[in-house]
Design a protein around this ligand. Structure first.
Ligand SMILES: Cc1cc2nc3c(=O)[nH]c(=O)nc-3n(C[C@H](O)[C@H](O)[C@H](O)COP(=O)(O)OP(=O)(O)OC[C@H]3O[C@@H](n4cnc5c(N)ncnc54)[C@H](O)[C@@H]3O)c2cc1C
Length: 415
């Protein structure tokens, strides 16, 4: 067995782990990154990259997004969201008002995770200070006061590290068995994804489509455009509902595609180019402790997916950035105690707390589909409201309005 002693180890090279490694390199700290997969590797996902992804990657290295945008076969630009309410009326909400595709840079992208994650890993491989082990699954963890030891499943590698950044995703063994993060059905969604080609009526500005069918509430169906006329198609639903109603999501997804009046004509000539695959989404709808003595949990390992939109890539990237910066503070102060690590929890709470709690309220509001119908009906004829909805993407205080009864009172009484 190869036994290594390292200052910093990152477990998982998805968006959370890769961004942490890149940020360590920026601040001059060598680190070791380990992933069980060989890249490129697939990750079941909707593949939508929001404006958050560009903003945090630009803080880590402005060349990353610039380079990615040039790779036209890897991604499509996205300019907004088409929300379809339970009454089947649709509302287009652009990410930017009066956008100009020739002059503005795209606020969002859609890219298969096979490509996006590999692109990030390629950036990692260019950095000399990052030691990267691929195809190495770490399954055993020993916690000691002054270090943590990780050992691979095949016992070929053991790493003794002063600090561990845990970014091994939704099924994180460390998060469950060492950090006490339980899978809670009420704070967890089940998601399915299939790749299609030939879906009709895709938007010309690549708006992603969130379709809130009454059959799926509080979950939703999605259709996201991809390069080469392909589309990422899927659905997500709260695991509590799936378990309580004993639902077979794959069967529901196929039935909707084949028979639902909003979907069937769009899929009549479409072909599935993959099979339906499922994966869990640990939601950030509950505040949890995401650090402890000598470790921090990043992205899905820390259950930080947005409970309304299902977005987790941007949050995982932010975690990587803040976890690396916090680790630097630990080395400067020579303090790796659980107490000192709380600084990382505070950073994450400051950056994501308001948005996650608002999204939880919006997710709960989906129990009242008529509210959703009302917003879409009014916004379709009221330009000021539809512009306000666009502004809500960026302005969290404005988004707070969406969960206040007064907002709906004004809509009903046209105040
Ligand atoms: C169906 C579905 C749809 C989604 N749609 C979207 C979307 O459209 N947009 C969005 O922003 N988010 C979406 N998400 C959420 C998003 O996929 C995650 O939030 C994101 O991947 C989290 O990144 P991460 O780095 O924390 O973990 P991951 O991306 O899961 O990366 C974890 C890495 O750890 C590695 N690993 C795991 N275990 C070990 C081990 N024992 N040893 C070594 N390595 C290990 C894995 O190989 C993997 O590379 C969706 C999720 C699902 C399930």
């Amino acid at each position: 067995m190869q036994i290594l002693e390292r200052d910093i180890c990152i477990l998982g090279a998805g968006p959370g782990g890769a961004s942490a490694a890149l940020q360590f390199d920026n601040i001059g700290l060598p680190c070791t990154l380990v992933d069980k997969a060989m890249f490129p590797r697939d990750k079941i996902c909707g593949d939508a990259l929001s404006g958050k992804v560009s903003s945090i990657l630009n803080r880590i290295d402005p060349n990353i997004i610039g380079g990615f945008q040039k790779e036209k076969q890897l991604q499509v630009d996205s300019w907004g969201i088409r929300f379809t309410a339970p009454n089947l009326k649709s509302l287009d909400v652009p990410f930017k008002l009066n956008f100009n595709r020739d002059e503005d840079s795209a606020p969002g992208f859609i890219s298969k995770r096979l490509d996006f994650d590999n692109y990030l890993v390629e950036q990692v491989k260019k950095r000399k200070q990052i030691e990267f082990f691929e195809g190495t699954e770490m399954t055993d963890f020993e916690e000691h006061k002054d270090y943590i030891i990780l050992t691979s499943k095949d016992k070929s590698l053991s790493i003794k590290t002063k600090i561990l950044l845990v970014a091994d995703g939704a099924h994180s063994r460390f998060a469950r068995h060492h950090a006490g993060i339980e899978m809670e059905l009420n704070h967890h969604s089940a998601g399915l994804r299939a790749y299609y080609k030939g879906v009709k009526q895709m938007d010309e500005n690549n708006f992603i489509e969130l379709i809130f069918l009454k059959e799926l509430l509080p979950g939703y169906f999605w259709i996201f455009p991809l390069p080469n006329g392909h589309a990422n198609v899927g659905l997500g639903m709260l695991s509590k509902t799936v378990s309580k109603k004993r639902l077979n999501l794959k069967q529901i997804m196929m039935e909707l595609i084949e028979t639902h009046p909003y979907l069937k004509h769009r899929f009549e000539d479409a072909e599935m180019v993959d099979k339906i695959r499922g994966y869990g989404l640990p939601l950030g709808s509950k505040k949890r402790s995401i650090s402890g003595n000598r470790y921090m949990l990043l992205g899905d390992a820390g259950s930080l997916i947005d409970p309304f939109s299902g977005e987790g890539i941007g949050n995982a990237l932010y975690c990587g950035f803040y976890a690396a910066n916090h680790a630097k503070k630990c080395f400067d102060a020579n303090n790796f105690s659980a107490d000192f690590m709380k600084g990382y929890d505070k950073d994450i709470q400051r950056v994501m707390g308001q948005e996650l709690s608002l999204s939880r309220k919006m997710q709960l509001a989906l129990r009242f589909p008529w509210l959703f119908n009302l917003v879409v009906n009014v916004a379709a004829r009221n330009r000021r409201l539809s512009e306000t909805l666009t502004a809500m993407f960026m302005d969290m205080n404005l988004r707070e309005e969406l969960v206040k009864p007064s907002f709906y009172f004004k809509l009903i009484f046209n105040k």
